[in-house]
Structure formats: structure tokens, C-alpha cells
Design a protein around this ligand. Structure first.
Ligand SMILES: [Zn+2]
Length: 464
């Protein structure tokens, strides 16, 4: 560079340095955290406490359906442990939750041969009469096929044998199958379990009724059993099935959201919230859905605290209650914030299984996406540096609807839906090293966003 020109550049730089603070580029804002992020990642990977804690939670309390004692005992334990961790403002907030009881249930094939079938009632289903329902079966592969054959459905048990496409598409049969079957005059509704892989393991999950049609009992069969009934129908066999379910709903029960904080050193009223949901279905251990998410977020906050880091803004970890069959915890959290909702800088949830993290899916303003993408790059050493445009999770949905930026932790998706809502959702499927990486990813993202000199840009208007 010619000397004279160099002098001009130097003078301009000196002017800039003494000028009032102008908006820094996302890259410049974030680059100063590179060494700190590496330190957080190393600390998370050297620490086995997340997996130990997850084990104590799921082995100690088991699955945790809303309304169950196990859920409330697990919440008590998390609260006590958060206090022991020395986190600030550890507390619970009350939430009224639905209280559905599965009771005893069974499905038996009566014709063309007698054999028990492997099933799980769908969450929220009504039961059968005490003696059960014995009825012929009509197998359909789609809502369209049911529409074409609705004259055949009256008085029958309809089985939706819809092959798995992806969760978002295929879950429609679990949610709406009972309503569509009832509309066609069916006496009960069955689905092929919503999963890409099966070792004859049925998958439960929530259904939705519609007040305009009769509530009929609904259950999931294992993929293998559903496919067998389809083959029987294709061969022209007359299929008869006996379904007995004691499922019923009790009056709402009391539960709680549980939370704790690291209070921000400069702007404590501004909050980065992260968490998962405490409740689960009443099968397996709810280890990946979603005890793992709660523990990963909680351990991320504990790790930040243990490293002696105190960000500019407050970091709050929340274990939401009742995600699976009501989302009441998420709504109660939002409602309890009131006008402070617009001081939520970012909401992060882990609810996709704590497998190896890939990054985050971000829902919010493009200007903010540019910043969190830079933060994401700090996670390249553990392969979690992808920040996709679009994302979120159920419990942060009510916040995102009010204009809060939201992020879901993205993990390697291969196996999650193998175990989702089954007896197989247990901790042994999870790898301690993957969980430690999830902790690292959440800790780096939450800490850096909470500490940035300039808050994440907000482009979405906030409703008060
Ligand atoms: Zn979940």
C-alpha cells in the first residue's frame, strides 16, 4: 500500500475508534467469544454429570405423564437439585394439567385366527364399554381411501395402515384418525404406529376429538400387526377384532413448571430462556422425550455457572410441564411473564432427542438469524454449527407467537422416531458423548446470545 494512502486509512481508523459506538457486524460481535466457546466445549466434554443426572432422573422416577405422582416427584427433585447447584431463583410456577389414565387395554384378533395384537391406546382416548368392542375391521391406507369406502366403514373398527412418510405428515392419522373414522360411522379407530422402524413396538401419542362427532376409542397397533391385517384384507379374509380399553379422563390435576437462573450482570431483566419438557407419555422412561432435553439445558446452565461466567443478561432454564397432552405448561409460562415477555431475547428448546447435535433451527427475524449463525460457527469443533432458517419447538411456540425469537436444538434424526412414545424410550439408547455435545451446544448458544453487547435484533412486533 502506498505510504500516503496508508496514512489516510490509519487516520480513518483512528477516527472510527474514537467515534460513538456504531452497530458492529455480527462477525465482529461474535468473534471475541471464540476462545471462551472452545473452553465451554472442552469443559462439557470432560464432564459426565449430564448423563449421570439423566440416569438418576429416569431410573429414579420413570415415565412422567401429566397428573401422575412420578411427574410431581421428578419436579420436586429437579427443584431441589437446582438449589443444590447454587442456581438463582430456583422455583416452580403452578399449572393445571389434564389427567388422562390409560388403564388396562388389549386388542385381540378373533378372525381369521385368534391371536393377541400389540397395541397402545392413544393419549386422550375414551375407553370401550366394559365388555370391550367386537367388530369387523376395515383397513384403509389414507383418509382418501376412507372417503371412497365410507359405506363399508359403518359399525366397523377402521384401521389406518398409512406407511410412514415423515413425522409431520404421518402423525395426521394419530391426531385425526378417530374423528374421521367416527364421521364415517366406525365404532373404534386404529392406526399403524407412526414410526419409520419397528420391532413390533407400538407408539402412543395424543389424539384430538371434535365436539361435532362421537368420541370413539382409538389405539395404535404395531407396524407389523397393522401390515398383517392389511395382507389379510387383501386376501379377502373377514377380519374381526376385540378391543378393550379402560382409558378415561379425571378432573384436571395440579402440576408445575420448574426453573432457575443465572442473573445477568448488566441487564438482568432481559432473558435468554432454554429448556425442555418434564412430562412424558406413560411408557418407557421418557428419556429422550424429553428428560434428555431438560437435563441438557439444565446442565448447560450449570456449566456456565461452574465456569464462573456471568453474562450481561439473565439465562433461565425451564422444565415445562404437560407438553405431550395439553401444552398447558408452555402457555402458563407465557401468561405468567405478562409485559416482560418482550424482554425475552431468545427462547431455546431441546425436544428432538439428545443425539449428536447438528445445530439449531431458528425462527425469527433475518437480522437476528445472521447473528445466531455467527454464534453457531463457534460450534464447528463438535459439528453443531448449522443454523437453519425456520424452527422452534412446542413449548416455546406460545412465546414465538408473541414475537420472541425461538430455536430448537437439531440432532441427528435417524433414531429418534424409532423410540418416540414407546416402551423403548429409555436412557440406554443415548450416548453420553452425544449428550455432552448437546450440553456444549446449548451452553455456547445461550451464553453468547445472553452476553452480546448489542441485543439480538428484533424485527417482529411484540404484542402486549
Ligand atoms: Zn417432547
Amino acid at each position: 500500500m502506498p505510504t500516503r494512502f496508508r496514512l489516510i486509512v490509519c487516520a480513518a481508523l483512528a477516527l472510527c475508534a474514537s467515534a460513538p459506538l456504531v452497530a458492529q457486524s455480527p462477525t465482529a460481535q461474535v468473534s471475541q467469544y471464540r476462545e471462551l466457546a472452545a473452553q465451554i466445549i472442552r469443559a462439557a466434554q470432560a464432564d459426565s454429570s449430564a448423563y449421570d443426572r439423566l440416569g438418576r432422573m429416569v431410573d429414579g422416577f420413570g415415565h412422567r405423564l401429566s397428573g401422575s405422582e412420578a411427574l410431581e416427584h421428578a419436579i420436586d427433585w429437579v427443584l431441589a437439585e437446582m438449589k443444590r447447584d447454587g442456581l438463582a431463583n430456583a422455583r416452580t410456577e403452578p399449572v393445571k394439567v389434564p389427567h388422562w389414565i390409560r388403564g388396562r387395554e388389549s386388542a385381540e384378533l378373533i378372525a381369521p385366527r385368534r391371536t393377541p395384537l400389540v397395541m397402545l391406546g392413544l393419549g386422550g382416548s375414551v375407553g370401550t364399554p366394559r365388555a370391550g368392542i367386537t367388530a369387523p375391521v376395515l383397513v384403509v391406507s389414507s383418509f382418501e381411501e376412507l372417503e371412497r369406502r365410507k359405506e363399508d366403514a359403518r359399525g366397523k373398527i377402521v384401521l389406518f395402515d398409512a406407511p410412514f412418510v415423515d413425522y409431520g405428515v404421518s402423525v395426521a392419522y394419530r391426531r385425526a384418525g378417530a374423528v374421521e373414522a367416527a364421521r364415517a360411522g366406525a365404532v373404534a379407530s386404529l392406526i399403524r404406529s407412526v414410526t419409520p422402524y419397528s420391532i413390533r413396538s407400538p407408539h402412543t401419542g395424543a389424539l384430538r376429538y371434535d365436539s361435532t362427532v362421537t368420541r370413539i376409542p382409538a389405539a395404535a397397533l404395531s407396524v407389523e400387526d397393522a401390515m398383517m391385517l392389511r395382507r389379510m384384507q387383501n386376501r379377502g379374509d373377514r377380519i374381526v377384532l376385540h378391543l378393550a380399553m379402560q382409558a378415561h379422563t379425571l378432573p384436571d390435576a395440579m402440576s408445575r413448571n420448574v426453573m432457575a437462573e443465572i442473573v445477568g450482570r448488566e441487564r438482568p431483566e432481559e432473558v435468554v430462556v432454554l429448556g425442555g419438557h418434564m412430562d412424558s407419555w406413560d411408557v418407557g422412561q421418557g428419556a429422550m422425550d424429553d428428560a434428555g432435553g431438560v437435563v441438557a439445558a439444565w446442565e448447560a446452565v450449570r456449566l456456565i455457572q461452574r465456569l464462573g461466567l456471568r453474562p450481561r443478561r439473565t439465562i433461565r432454564v425451564v422444565g415445562w410441564t404437560n407438553e405431550e397432552n395439553g401444552l398447558r405448561g408452555a402457555m402458563a409460562y407465557r401468561d405468567a411473564r405478562g409485559a416482560d415477555l418482550n424482554r425475552h431475547v431468545l427462547a431455546i428448546e431441546s425436544d428432538a432427542g439428545v443425539f449428536a447435535p447438528r445445530g439449531f433451527g431458528f425462527g425469527g427475524a433475518p437480522e437476528a438469524l445472521a447473528v445466531v449463525r455467527e454464534v453457531g460457527k463457534l460450534l464447528a469443533p463438535i459439528g453443531a454449527d448449522s443454523v437453519e432458517d425456520g424452527g422452534g419447538e412446542a413449548d416455546i411456540g406460545p412465546l414465538m407467537e408473541r414475537g420472541v425469537h425461538g430455536m430448537g436444538l437439531l440432532t441427528t434424526p435417524t433414531r429418534y422416531f424409532w423410540y418416540h412414545h414407546t416402551q423403548g424410550d429409555t436412557i440406554d439408547k443415548l450416548d453420553p458423548a452425544d449428550l455432552a455435545k448437546c450440553v456444549a451446544a446449548l451452553a455456547v448458544m445461550a451464553y453468547v446470545v445472553a452476553d452480546l453487547e448489542e441485543a439480538l435484533p428484533r424485527a417482529i412486533p411484540v404484542a402486549r
